[in-house]
Design a protein around this ligand. Sequence first.
Ligand SMILES: [Zn+2]
Length: 372
Amino acid sequence: MDGTLICPACGAQYPEDDVVWRCRCGSYLDLKETFRPDPTNFQGNHFLQRYSSVLPLRNPKNAASFGENPTPLHPMVFYGIPVQVKMDYLLATGSFKDRGAAVMINKCRELGISHIVEDSSGNSASAVAAYSALTGIDAHIFMPEGNSSAKTIQVSTYGATLHKIPGNRTDCAMAAEEAAADSYYAAHIWNPYFLHGTKTVIYEIMEQMNWDAPGYIFIPVGSGTQLLGICLGLQEMKRAGLITKYPRLMAVQSEHCTPVKNFALGKVTPELPKTPILAEGIAIRHPARLSQILQAVKETGGDTVTVTDRDIVEGLQMAAHQGVFMEPTSASAVAALKQYGNRLSAVDRVVVPLTGHGLKASSRIQQIMGTQ
Ligand SMILES: [Zn+2]
């Protein structure tokens, strides 16, 4: 495997041993290598093994893992629309971020990195902390001060050093970048290996759907690591002739923070409100890969959908009454179906990846729903 990193903005290239986290021009970096999936190579159960032929690890079969099984693709109904939900909140730390962290942290291990810095609103912090604990890497995690307590408890219990930063996610990222001067900035939003991890969800979905691609995938978008990973996987499948047409990737954002839509309209995203945002996982005002997110939406014929807090609460409750307890960020994708549903036809098959477990936000859910 060629581990060269390439800058999509200026074309600069870096050998993987340079362990840079962004280009000297300021852009994010991608992996130069492109993978050509062949399903006959998909052996084993957990995603690091099963999709090892399309992962940028030198020795993926020896990668550290929790032996993750494929997560279920489960039928539900929202607003009369039949939907397959991908239950990625059942991964080891309770969110889809385990896929990205598994590849990123194993890559750190391969490169001999023993100390890392990461900043996150919560789910990726937990995933990075867990895989760092698994591999013996010393992790320093920067999180916004007002985050869900369950997520901060999870991170520090894994043994990571937690730095609570006053302010928002941008303040947090700046503090982490500063600290990374003496460490490796394993930032999920910049790191290309993380995206190659999150792409495994679409391989699982496509196998579970017998390679018959759904019409739509509704995805909560903060930094876009799930949407970009899914797009990356779909591009690989299309190049290999496994699919002929893309599912439409629908970027779902909270009404409080809509950088993708604003970027498409040539507008600047306003400051975030001071109070904690219900869908905290997608409150990212300046996603590092914003142009790439918009390109993925365009390339797949997708769209952006903005949802209200009221609809998020309704979606969360509707899911819970079908036995599925998801965090508010996940419920934003359900809320998107309410307003976009009338544009879907009866033959459109819809997938909604469930990004995070409700238990991670139970105190917040208690506040908003008045549950005991
Ligand atoms: Zn560059």
